[in-house]
Design a protein around this ligand. Sequence first.
Ligand SMILES: Cc1cc2nc3c(=O)[nH]c(=O)nc-3n(C[C@H](O)[C@H](O)[C@H](O)COP(=O)(O)OP(=O)(O)OC[C@H]3O[C@@H](n4cnc5c(N)ncnc54)[C@H](O)[C@@H]3O)c2cc1C
Length: 464
Amino acid sequence: MVVEGEFRTEVLVIGGGIAGAVAALAARRRGAEVVLVRRALGATALSSGALDVAPDPLATPRRPRGQELSLEACVHHLAASRPDHPYAILYDELGRFPEALAFAEDAIDGVRFASPTEANRCLPTPVGTLKFSGGALHSIIDGDLARVESQIGVVGFRDHLEYDAELWARLLTDACAAAGLVRSFVPVACDFLSRRDDVLLQPFEIAARIDDDPAGFVASVRRALSPNVKRLLLPPVLSRGDPEVVLRQLEDALYVPASESLATRQSVLGQRLQRYLDEALEREGVAVVRGEIRARDDRDLDTLEYRPARPLPPPARLFLPNGQEPEKNEPGTPVRARAVVLATGKYLAGGLAKNGCLYEPTLRLPVAVSGPGCASTFRLTAHEVVEEQAFFRAGVRVDGGLRPLDEGGAIVDERLLACGDVLAGHDPARDGSAMGVAVFSGYIAGRRAAVVAAQGTSFAGEGG
Ligand SMILES: Cc1cc2nc3c(=O)[nH]c(=O)nc-3n(C[C@H](O)[C@H](O)[C@H](O)COP(=O)(O)OP(=O)(O)OC[C@H]3O[C@@H](n4cnc5c(N)ncnc54)[C@H](O)[C@@H]3O)c2cc1C
C-alpha cells in the first residue's frame, strides 16, 4: 500500500471487471499480496447476466441449438478454428479450463457454469429470444429452457410498456419452437406497478420498488397466477441486491420454482455481477483502490504511477478554445509491484482507445489487429453489422504465458501479464466467448502473477 509516498504491493491488477477480479482472486489464493486498482466500472457491470464460454460450432439461426456439443468441445473447436483467439494462444493450458470455471464458481457467489461435459444452456431474454450460454448468474441458470418442460408462467407487469407478459409468452413459445423445443408459456400479468407513472419505469427503478416491497410483489404474482403453472420465469429486475430474498418468498408462497431471465438494456444483472465480484475481493483480502494507473514512459513497468480517480470535468471544459491551457498532468504516486496484470478491458472501459490509430493508453503497448502495429481505424469496420469487425478484435497480443509482445514478437516485460477484453483476437460482442475468455485468462494470469511475484527479488522501479 502507500508507504513513504510509494504505492507498493506484490501483485498489482489494473482493472476491476471480471477478468481483473478473477486474476486478483487467483493470485490471492496462491498467497500473494494483491492490490486491484480500477478507474471505474467497465463492460462487466453492463453485461446481461450471461457468462458466454463458447458457441456451439454447428449452431445457425435456423438450428440455434447446433449439435449440443459439450462446453469443452465448443472451447476446443473455437481454439482450433481461430488461431488468433485467446483460447488458441492458451492452447497448452486448455486442460485447465474446467479448473478455471470451478475456481470462479467457488470464489464468486452468484456465478454458475454448466458442467464442461454439458451443452450450452438455453436462456430466455426479456425480448422473447433465446441465448445459448455456458454460464449465468445463479438466479438465471436453472431456468434453462432445454431442461425445463412444464407449464412456465412468464411474469410481466400489467400496463407496463416493456414487460408485457402476453407478448413475452407468445415470443418465447415461437422462439422455442424455432429451436425445436415444444414449451408452453402462460402469461402472468401482475398488478404490482399500478400507479399512473409506472408505465415507463426503468429496470433499476422497478428493482428498487421490489426491494422496497418484496411481499407486495409476491402477492401481486399470486393474484395473477393460474393453477396450472408449474414454474415461474421473471423479468431481470428482481433486486438490485440479492434476488434470493424474493425468489425464496415466491417459492415459499406459491410452491413453484422461479428464475430470472437475462437482461438487455440497463442491466440490473450486470451491476449485480459486479457486486458479487467486489464482495469476493473483500472476502479474500484483495485491496481495491479507486484510481488510475499509467506508465510515465512507454512500455516501462518501472515508471508506473497511480492517480486517484477524479470526477470528470464539466462538459464545457472538454472542448477548450484555442490557446487555453490544458489541464496539467500532475505527477502521480510511483507504483512498485513485483508482477502486474493488465485487465483494462476494451474501448468501453478505456483499455483501448482510438485517436487516428488504435492505442493502448495504460502502458502504450502495441495494438494488434490482424498482425502487430498501430492500426489505422479506417478499414477495421465492415459495412454489414453481421460481418466480422476487425476493430473489435483488436487488442494486446500475448504469448502462451499471457505476456504482452512487442512488434517483433519479443516479450515486453517478464513481470507483465494481460487478460480479458484487452487481449487481441476476440470480439466480446460477437464471438460468444466473452466471459469465458475473461475468466480463463484471468485465472491463468493471476496464478502466474503470484509465481512471478514470489520469484522476484525486487519491486518494479527498483531495478533488477
Ligand atoms: C452491454 C453489454 C452486454 C454484454 N453481454 C454479455 C453477455 O451476455 N455474455 C458475455 O459473455 N459477455 C457479455 N458482455 C461482454 C463482457 O461483459 C466483457 O467481455 C467482460 O465483462 C470483460 O471483462 P474485463 O474485466 O476484461 O473488462 P471490463 O469489465 O471492461 O473492466 C475493465 C476495467 O479496467 C479499468 N481500467 C481501464 N484502464 C484503467 C487504468 N489505466 N487504470 C485503472 N483502471 C483501468 C476500467 O475502469 C474497468 O474497471 C457484454 C458487454 C456489454 C458492454
